[in-house]
Design a protein around this ligand. Structure first.
Ligand SMILES: [Zn+2]
Length: 131
Protein backbone atom coordinates (compact mmCIF):
# COMPACT_ATOMS: atom_id res chain seq x y z
CA UNK A 1 0.00 0.00 0.00
CA UNK A 2 1.30 3.42 -0.93
CA UNK A 3 2.65 5.45 1.96
CA UNK A 4 0.43 8.37 0.90
CA UNK A 5 -2.72 6.26 1.13
CA UNK A 6 -1.75 4.97 4.56
CA UNK A 7 -1.09 8.50 5.79
CA UNK A 8 -4.37 9.78 4.34
CA UNK A 9 -6.35 7.04 6.14
CA UNK A 10 -4.48 7.69 9.39
CA UNK A 11 -5.02 11.45 9.22
CA UNK A 12 -8.69 11.12 8.29
CA UNK A 13 -9.17 9.02 11.44
CA UNK A 14 -7.21 11.56 13.54
CA UNK A 15 -4.97 8.71 14.63
CA UNK A 16 -7.76 6.83 16.40
CA UNK A 17 -9.08 3.35 15.78
CA UNK A 18 -12.28 3.88 13.81
CA UNK A 19 -13.91 0.95 15.64
CA UNK A 20 -12.95 1.30 19.32
CA UNK A 21 -11.76 4.96 19.21
CA UNK A 22 -8.44 4.15 20.91
CA UNK A 23 -5.73 6.76 20.16
CA UNK A 24 -2.77 5.04 18.53
CA UNK A 25 -0.37 6.99 20.73
CA UNK A 26 -1.41 4.91 23.75
CA UNK A 27 -1.42 1.46 22.13
CA UNK A 28 1.60 -0.79 22.34
CA UNK A 29 1.06 -2.21 18.84
CA UNK A 30 1.07 -0.45 15.47
CA UNK A 31 -2.28 0.37 13.88
CA UNK A 32 -3.36 -1.05 10.53
CA UNK A 33 -5.09 0.12 7.38
CA UNK A 34 -8.13 -2.12 7.48
CA UNK A 35 -10.24 -3.19 4.51
CA UNK A 36 -13.82 -2.67 5.71
CA UNK A 37 -15.07 -5.09 3.07
CA UNK A 38 -12.20 -7.54 2.93
CA UNK A 39 -10.54 -8.46 -0.32
CA UNK A 40 -11.81 -11.99 0.26
CA UNK A 41 -15.32 -10.58 -0.23
CA UNK A 42 -14.42 -8.45 -3.23
CA UNK A 43 -13.48 -5.28 -1.34
CA UNK A 44 -11.00 -3.01 -3.08
CA UNK A 45 -8.28 -0.71 -1.77
CA UNK A 46 -10.07 2.55 -2.59
CA UNK A 47 -10.04 5.01 0.28
CA UNK A 48 -13.78 4.61 0.88
CA UNK A 49 -13.18 0.95 1.76
CA UNK A 50 -10.29 1.64 4.11
CA UNK A 51 -10.20 2.62 7.75
CA UNK A 52 -7.62 3.03 10.51
CA UNK A 53 -7.84 0.26 13.08
CA UNK A 54 -5.94 -0.88 16.14
CA UNK A 55 -4.38 -4.30 15.83
CA UNK A 56 -6.93 -5.85 18.23
CA UNK A 57 -9.95 -4.65 16.25
CA UNK A 58 -8.33 -5.48 12.93
CA UNK A 59 -7.33 -8.99 13.93
CA UNK A 60 -10.66 -9.77 15.61
CA UNK A 61 -12.63 -8.46 12.64
CA UNK A 62 -10.59 -10.43 10.12
CA UNK A 63 -12.55 -10.88 6.88
CA UNK A 64 -15.91 -10.80 8.69
CA UNK A 65 -18.69 -8.62 7.28
CA UNK A 66 -21.27 -9.54 9.89
CA UNK A 67 -21.91 -11.30 13.16
CA UNK A 68 -24.77 -12.13 15.53
CA UNK A 69 -26.55 -9.52 17.63
CA UNK A 70 -26.04 -10.89 21.18
CA UNK A 71 -29.43 -9.50 22.24
CA UNK A 72 -31.70 -10.84 19.50
CA UNK A 73 -29.56 -13.68 18.16
CA UNK A 74 -30.14 -12.37 14.65
CA UNK A 75 -27.40 -12.05 12.03
CA UNK A 76 -26.39 -8.46 11.30
CA UNK A 77 -23.79 -6.62 9.28
CA UNK A 78 -20.88 -5.05 11.18
CA UNK A 79 -20.41 -1.34 11.74
CA UNK A 80 -19.11 0.41 8.59
CA UNK A 81 -16.92 3.41 9.49
CA UNK A 82 -17.36 5.09 6.10
CA UNK A 83 -21.14 4.69 5.83
CA UNK A 84 -22.27 4.99 9.45
CA UNK A 85 -21.70 7.30 12.41
CA UNK A 86 -20.00 5.80 15.47
CA UNK A 87 -22.28 7.73 17.84
CA UNK A 88 -25.39 6.23 16.26
CA UNK A 89 -24.25 2.70 17.13
CA UNK A 90 -22.09 2.99 20.26
CA UNK A 91 -21.65 4.99 23.39
CA UNK A 92 -18.88 5.10 25.95
CA UNK A 93 -19.88 4.31 29.52
CA UNK A 94 -17.09 4.47 32.12
CA UNK A 95 -14.58 2.90 29.74
CA UNK A 96 -16.98 0.33 28.33
CA UNK A 97 -18.15 0.59 24.71
CA UNK A 98 -21.87 -0.12 24.66
CA UNK A 99 -23.56 -1.13 21.43
CA UNK A 100 -26.86 0.75 21.24
CA UNK A 101 -28.01 -0.94 18.04
CA UNK A 102 -27.83 -4.49 16.74
CA UNK A 103 -24.89 -3.39 14.58
CA UNK A 104 -23.13 -1.81 17.56
CA UNK A 105 -23.69 -4.81 19.85
CA UNK A 106 -22.51 -7.35 17.26
CA UNK A 107 -19.46 -5.27 16.32
CA UNK A 108 -18.40 -4.56 19.92
CA UNK A 109 -18.60 -8.24 20.77
CA UNK A 110 -16.88 -9.60 17.64
CA UNK A 111 -14.03 -7.11 17.88
CA UNK A 112 -13.51 -7.73 21.60
CA UNK A 113 -13.83 -4.06 22.41
CA UNK A 114 -14.57 -4.64 26.07
CA UNK A 115 -11.69 -6.74 27.34
CA UNK A 116 -10.86 -5.81 30.92
CA UNK A 117 -7.52 -4.28 29.87
CA UNK A 118 -9.19 -2.09 27.25
CA UNK A 119 -11.88 -0.92 29.65
CA UNK A 120 -9.24 0.00 32.22
CA UNK A 121 -7.18 1.82 29.58
CA UNK A 122 -10.22 3.80 28.44
CA UNK A 123 -11.06 4.70 32.03
CA UNK A 124 -7.58 6.11 32.52
CA UNK A 125 -7.79 8.01 29.21
CA UNK A 126 -11.18 9.34 30.19
CA UNK A 127 -9.71 10.61 33.45
CA UNK A 128 -7.09 12.43 31.39
CA UNK A 129 -9.71 13.88 29.07
CA UNK A 130 -8.34 11.88 26.12
CA UNK A 131 -11.63 10.22 25.16
ZN1 LIG B 1 -9.78 -0.67 17.89
Amino acid sequence: MAKEVREFVRTRATGRCEYCRLPEAVDEWPFHVEHIVSRQHGGDSEIENLCWACSRCNLNKGPNLGSIDPTSGDPVLLYHPRKQLWSEHFLMDDGRIVGITAIGRATARLLGMNSSSRIELRRRLGDLGEL
